[in-house]
Write a protein that binds this ligand. Sequence first.
Ligand code: ADP
Ligand code: MG
Length: 259
Amino acid sequence: MPETSVDSPMINAIGVHKRFGALEVLRGVDLTVQRGEVVAVLGASGSGKSTLLRCLNHLETVDRGTIQIAGDTLVADDGQGGVRYPADAEVRRVCRHTGMVFQHFNLFPHLTVLQNLIEAPITVKKMPRGEATALAERLLAKVGLADKRDAYPNRLSGGQKQRVAIARALAMQPEVLLFDEPTSALDPELTGEVLRTMRELAQERMTMLVVTHEMAFAREVAHRVVFMDGGQIVEDRPAKDFFADPRHERARAFLEHML
Ligand code: ADP
Ligand code: MG
């Protein structure tokens, strides 16, 4: 890890704006996530949560604002109402700090579990196959799926698929994991095993930004809650304060509805 990045926040987003045509989806988002922090992102459907995560991972480009990941600049405000992205190779390098876990797992259906895990480390990171395989086996054991290494995704339950997806993200050895509603596509009886894996990661001080509707998880595991409304973060407080006494009217209404 470069020395210069050790003291910088893991995520530092300043004044991020994003529009889709006439629709302004992010309207000046400021967000800082420190190393080792678990931050829950809450908010009603359409408030911009997924778009924010996708901008942090460069699945979307931003229109205005600055994003730094682990001290490296993904995009910088150009001071003239626009932004400047570095060269593609640098963007790819900065994006390797982050891993993403999606609602719908997005596993490669034609690859086995093990192949899903070693694909990116081998092709993107040029990791030797033996090393990638050893790492993948360690990660599968960690998420409790060592015995599924040669199975294809369609033979797994939703909870198992999502744990494979988490292991696959970890196989790229990111410094921060972004989760976009990781349990929303699961039957209720399968959410527990995924949340347990996420709790263990939090205990190991993995930095995590988690969009979730699991209020118990947010309350018990997250250090901070950011609440989004209309493309802005309207509340950003320690989780226990947020849940004890949400300040923003929309946050109060949201919690009343969820609890
Ligand atoms: P959330 O994750 O909080 O539900 P999203 O970030 O998915 O919110 O969406 C915020 C708004 O942006 C919604 O109105 C959504 O329809 C719109 N949106 C998201 N992605 C796109 C896209 N690729 N093109 C056009 N509109 C989009
Ligand atoms: Mg979403």
